[in-house]
Structure formats: C-alpha cells, structure tokens
Design a binder for this molecule. Structure first.
Ligand code: ADP
Ligand code: MG
Length: 702
C-alpha cells in the first residue's frame, strides 16, 4: 500500500467526506445538526447512518464492531460483536442496526463506579457520541469498526470520562457565546475548547521488560540503582533517534494517520529511552479520544518491534518521568482563536477579558486542577525537579505581565513590549525575530502565545478530567462576567473595570519565576496558594461545597457523580500501592534476598578456602564485603517483614479514604525502606547473580 501521507491520512475514518459521499443529503444534514448544534438525534437518521457505516466498514475488511468507551479506569474499554446475523436458510448476512449504533449494553458491574453501581446492579449503557468520528482499527483481531461512545449507568449517571467532558464543552460554549454576543459577534454560533496533548513515553527492550515483575505488574521499576550515566549530559534530549525506535515511530505514525490522528512532532525527550509525540490540536472531545488511541497504538506497535512502551509517570527513579502537556484554547466555528492576543494585546479588550477569565478560574479552582492531574504515578513527579510543582500558578510572560500591570495601575494599557530581532552574529544566518516573551518550563499553567498549557497531567492519564475541569471553571467565571456585563449601562466602561478588578484580585496566582525553587514554595505559601502534595491530599477537592456548587450549576457532575469519583480515586490509590507493595515483597523475597544469600555464601566459601590454602593471605576484602552484605541483607529482611505486616494491617481498613491515607503515610515509606538496602546491594553483589536487568541495561541497551 502507498505510504504517501496524503493518500493514507484518515482513510480509516468514517469522516465528513465519507458521510457526504454515502449518506442521503437529508440524513447528512440532520446528523450535522446534531454534531454541530447539539440538536437531538432522530432514530431514523441513526438507522441510515448505521447502514452506511456498516457497508463502508465491511468494504474495508471489517468483521466486527465495538462500542469504544472510557470508563473511570482512565483507559478505554471495548466489547466486540461481529456483524453476523443468521438467515433462515442457514447462511449469514452482515447486519448493523441503528439501535446497535446508538446503544450498547456492556455489563457495568466490573468497572469502577465508586458505589454508583453495586455488583448486582449490572446494567450500564454505552451511547454513540456522533461528535467523535467512528474509525477502523486493524490489529491481530482483524479490522474492527470502533464507535466512540459515552458510558452511563441504568440510572443515568456518567460512569466515564467522556460524558462529563461533553457536558463541560456545552457549558463552556453557552457562556462564551454570551460574552461574544456582548462584543457584537452574532455570526459565531459555536465555540469549542481545542486541545493538543503532548505525549511522553519510554521505550525499552521487550525481552528485558519481561524479566522484571515490577514493570509487568506496576508499569514502573520498584527497585534499581542508578547507572553510572543518567541524563546529566543532556545528550538524549532532541538527540538522534535510534534505528529501532525510528522504525517504531514510522509505523506508529502511519497507523495513527490512517485513523485520522494528526501525529505531528516526534523527538527524544530528556531521560534516556524517553520520547515524545505531539498531534495537531483539535476539539477537546476528539483530542481526548485521539490521545487514548495514541497511547493504545504505542503499546501495540511497540510489541511488534520487540519493544515495551512504558506510559507510567515515573518508570525509573533518578531520571525524568513522563507527563502530558495539555495545550488548551478556545476556537470559534468561524475559525477564530479567542486566546490569540494579536499584535497589540493591550488594545484587544476581548482577548484580555478571556485571558483574565482563565487566570481567575485557575486561581479560584487550583485545587480542582490539581486533582484532575492526580494519580499514584504522578505523585512521584509533581514537585520533583522535573515537573511542575504541586502548587498551581500561571505563567504569562513579560509582555502580558507588563500589559496587566499597566491596567492595574492606570486602568488601561497604552503600549506593549515587542520581541525585536535576535543577532546571531553570523551574516549567512537569516535574521530571526523573537517572540515577545520567553518560555518558562517550570510553570504548571503557562500561556504560550495563543493557548494555555496545563503541564501537570500524568503521561498515563486520560486528559478527559483535566479538560472537563478547565472547561467548567472557565465557563463559571465567564457566566459571572456575563451576568455582570449584561446588566451594565455602559459596556465599554464596565468591561474595562471588570478586567482591572479581575486581574487585581487574582494577581497572586501569576508567577513568572522558577517554579522548581524552594523560594517559590515559601512565596506561594505567603500568597495563600494551596500546595496539595499528594494525590491523597488532592482528592477531597472534588467534593468540597465549592466544587459541588460549581459542577452542579453547569450540569457537568451531580453531587453523586462527584462522590463516586472521589471514591474511585481513593480506591485506585490504595489498590495501586497494594499491588506495588506486594510486587516488592515478592521480588525481594523470592529474587533479591536469595541472590544476596548466594553471594554471601560465595564470600564465606572464599574466605574459608583462601584461609585454608594460604593461611597468611589477606582476606580482609572478602571479610569486609561479607560484613557489609550481611548487614544490608538483614536490613532488607526486616524491611520486608515490616512491609508484609503493614499490608496485612491495611486489609482490615474498610473506609476508602482511611485506607488510601494508610497506604500513603505508612506503606509508601516502608516501600522506600525496602528499596534502599536492595539498591545498595545491587552495586555490591556479583552482576552475574543479580536476578533482573539493571537500569543501565533497561535505559541504554535497546
Ligand atoms: P509549543 O512548542 O509552544 O509547545 P507547539 O506548536 O509545538 O507549541 O504545540 C504544542 C501542542 O499545542 C501541539 O499539540 C499543538 O497542536 C497544540 N496547540 C497549538 N495551538 C493550539 C490551540 N490553539 N489550541 C490547543 N492546542 C494547540
Ligand atoms: Mg509545548
């Protein structure tokens, strides 16, 4: 098959072009009204679309269809049905009805529901999301028609990441349109949040991966001493891409392009064996689906190259972990980016209003942003010197800071700083014009030219929750602003006053300095900004009175749905740590300690036999090693016993929050205490005896 990008891009997508070609005009325009204006979907329309979708899919080799959904596990789920339908003469025909397109019924009881569904209440429904196009996926199963769907319970509560996201997009659209109307834009009918998530990941050799239980069961290494070389030379970042990785990237791109994912940028990241892929942004819902497709495809295609793709936030201690930069903006159906400041931001009142609205939203709901990026893996990154701190602040750059300062001082801004030329000092190099502001990679929420970049999301997480939160908090601030401005007698006066007031009240959240520094932690505390260090500390933010009011007001989450999410998060924290602790117990107990015991025997035998052979020989080295090794061995053994006891104790805790806290406060330090002596032993014990591949082998030998 041709690999020309223009030939293959989107060929596996039931796209707008395919629909125009295959649907009767009336049906197409009815469906478009649902997709674009959110009008109710007519079942007769669905019937015709289903038929066209089936014909198209079968022509392209599909045998099965699946409702592809995103339960609260943060990853995707699917159940496959073939198109087969038996006929009375013992043959089959290929069938797919409107009903099957619109609604599926997977058993909901085994997905996390945070008490929304008891085990005996099994019914859950998947519902077609026609705003995200169906696509074909080709893998070992053959070709499958994947239909993006929402997932809800028998009683209508959202059991997934997509439903709240769609609701938040509706809420945001409504409030942005109110503001735009005040500015006189009656031509704009719809506004979408746009998202471009940059995905970081690690690739390691599959056969080495399979030799480590910690990687297999938990996605990260639970033991491992630092190799002599880490990332200190900076030679991997943007470095030359290794052959095997390059062939993986090539195949990945082709698969993604076929499914309509706009894979755009790829490069090596900071840590050895770490890479990044960024697509071109699209509407938040599709971007969230596409990010799931990117993660799934990475895992699948890595396998084909005898590689393992690690999406965990911190697969290796001592080198950088992985995150997901969630670029977010607001774009109108007329193609205008509402966060584009233009050349003269100080005169762009509309931009300044949206811009300050986002700043206010972030300040008021920093706790919600923090929890939207919380998972057990991300706790190892946030606040380390590689990822933004757990404190939320906004970076706006020198140019806009200057504009806002002028507004605060004088009520208006009269000028703005410009970038100017860069002099490289070589005549043959073209003259460069620089941006008006530099970048700041330490900021969790940075304005980068015409979009905000939320940098806290973990690499393995869905971006669904993060965008649901951003959309809702911005919608909320805009709704208050619209309430005020709609009442104003003089709009111009009122809007300037509002911008000035907003920025004055929320300036505390703006920070352009080094977010990794200790001074910032102290400064942030003085400013009263929350610092929710761990996932366990962050989770309660979901159910504060403020949060419930906010999400209910905009019909994004009901209180019950929020409580269920809180419970799911506490539960997943406790379960993840329990699996990690049990994996450590098993690796230490059945791999490391026996290996060390063997080594001590070798040392002891050597002492005895050398002494016997040459009584006056110097055996101080063996003796010293034996004493050191035995000491660490007993340290490891008692740490192991302590961890076993704690896991037992945890089993008895029924309350979800208490259990998660117990794991955070008691089990986590005990895991560290076991890791420390084992990592030290790794550097002492004979390499031949060490039972698992080392960091050096995992990170550099590929
Ligand atoms: P940067 O280098 O500033 O991070 P890039 O152009 O590399 O910018 O973009 C990074 C990500 O941001 C890409 O996924 C890109 O598509 C996305 N992006 C760019 N513009 C927007 C926008 N208006 N809305 C959402 N995402 C955007
Ligand atoms: Mg970026």
């Amino acid at each position: 098959m041709s690999e020309k990008l223009t030939d293959i891009f989107g060929i596996d997508v039931f796209s707008d072009a395919v629909m125009i070609e295959r649907l009767p005009k009336k049906i197409y325009s009815a469906l478009k009204k649902t997709i674009e204006n959110g009008e109710d979907l007519d079942p007769n329309v669905a019937e015709v679309v289903a038929n066209a979708m089936k014909d198209w899919a079968i022509e392209r080799g599909a045998t099965h269809y699946t409702h592809w959904f995103q339960p609260m596990t943060g990853i995707t789920a699917e159940k496959h049905d073939s198109f087969i339908s038996p006929t009375s003469d013992g043959k089959i025909i290929m069938e797919f009805s409107g009903k099957e397109l619109i609604k599926g019924e997977p058993d909901a009881s085994s997905f996390p529901s945070g008490g929304l569904r008891a085990t005996f209440e099994a019914r859950g429904y998947t519902a077609w999301d026609c705003t995200s196009p169906a696509f074909l996926r080709e893998d070992a199963l053959g070709v499958t028609l994947c239909i993006p769907t929402a997932f809800c319970s028998y009683t209508g509560e959202a059991l997934d990441m997509k439903t709240p996201l769609l609701r938040s997009m509706e809420a945001l659209n409504k409030q942005v349109l109110r503001i735009l109307k005040l500015f006189g834009h009656t031509d704009i009918k719809h506004v979408y949040p746009t998202v471009g998530p940059e995905q970081e990941y690690f690739l390691i050799d599959k056969s080495k991966y399979l030799k480590r239980d910690d990687l297999i069961f938990t996605g990260r290494t639970l033991f491992g001493a630092m190799p002599p070389k880490g990332q200190e030379l900076g030679d991997h970042y943007f470095g030359n891409i290794k052959e095997r990785v390059a062939s993986f990237m090539k195949e990945l791109n082709i698969e993604l392009w076929k499914m309509g994912v706009t894979a755009k940028t790829q490069h090596n990241e900071t840590a050895p064996a770490q890479h990044e892929l960024a697509p071109i942004f699209t509407t938040a819902n599709i971007a969230t689906d596409h990010n799931q497709l990117i993660m799934e495809s990475m895992k699948r295609i890595a396998n084909r190259h005898n590689l393992a793709c690690l999406l965990h936030e911190k697969p290796f201690a001592g080198v950088n972990g992985s995150g997901k930069h969630n670029n977010w903006s607001l774009v109108t159906d007329t193609g205008r980016n509402l966060l584009d400041p233009g050349k003269t931001p100080h005169e762009n009142t509309q931009f300044l209003l949206f811009f300050t609205a986002v700043i206010k939203a972030v300040d008021m709901h920093a706790d919600l942003l923090r929890v939207s990026a919380a998972n057990p893996g991300n706790d190892h990154r946030l606040g380390g010197h590689e990822a933004p701190p757990a404190i939320i602040s906004v970076y706006i750059g020198t140019q806009l800071e200057d504009v806002l300062n002028q507004i605060m001082k004088n009520g208006e801004a009269k000028s703005c700083m410009v970038g100017g030329k860069i002099n490289v000092g070589v005549h043959t190099i073209p003259e460069l014009y620089k941006d008006a502001s530099d970048r700041n990679r330490t900021s969790p929420f940075a304005f980068t030219g015409n979009k905000f970049e939320f940098r806290m999301v973990g690499s393995s997480m869905s971006v669904g929750m993060a965008n649901t939160v951003i959309n809702t908090i911005v919608a909320d601030v805009l709704s208050e602003m619209a309430d005020e401005l709609e009442q104003a007698e003089d709009f111009n006066l009122a809007v300037h006053d509002l911008i000035k007031r907003t920025i004055t009240e929320h300036i505390r959240v703006i920070y352009n300095g080094n977010g990794y520094s200790q001074e910032w932690i102290e400064e942030a505390e003085r400013r009263g900004l929350p610092n929710l260090r761990s996932m366990v500390d962050a989770i309660p933010a979901l159910v504060t009175e403020k949060a419930v009011k906010l999400f209910e007001k905009h019909n994004v989450f009901s209180k019950t749905e929020l409580m269920s999410r809180r419970d799911v998060l506490f539960d997943s924290y406790a379960k993840t740590l329990n699996i990690e602790a049990k994996t450590m117990i098993s690796m230490a107990g059945s791999q490391f300690i026996p290996a060390v015991v063997k080594y001590t025997k070798i040392l002891a035998d050597s002492i005895n036999s050398v002494k016997e052979a040459v009584p006056e020989a110097d055996i101080s080295v063996q003796k010293e090693l034996l004493i050191k090794t035995s000491g660490l061995l007993s340290e490891a053994q008692s740490a192991l016993q302590k961890l076993r006891d704690l896991i037992k104790e945890a089993e008895g805790i029924a309350d979800g929050e208490k259990k998660a806290r117990f794991f955070y406060e008691k089990v986590k330090p005990a895991m560290e205490a076991l890791r420390t002596p084992i990592d030290t032993l790794e550097l002492i014990v004979d390499r031949e005896l060490w039972p698992v591949p080392t960091y050096g082998e995992l990170l550099f030998e590929i």
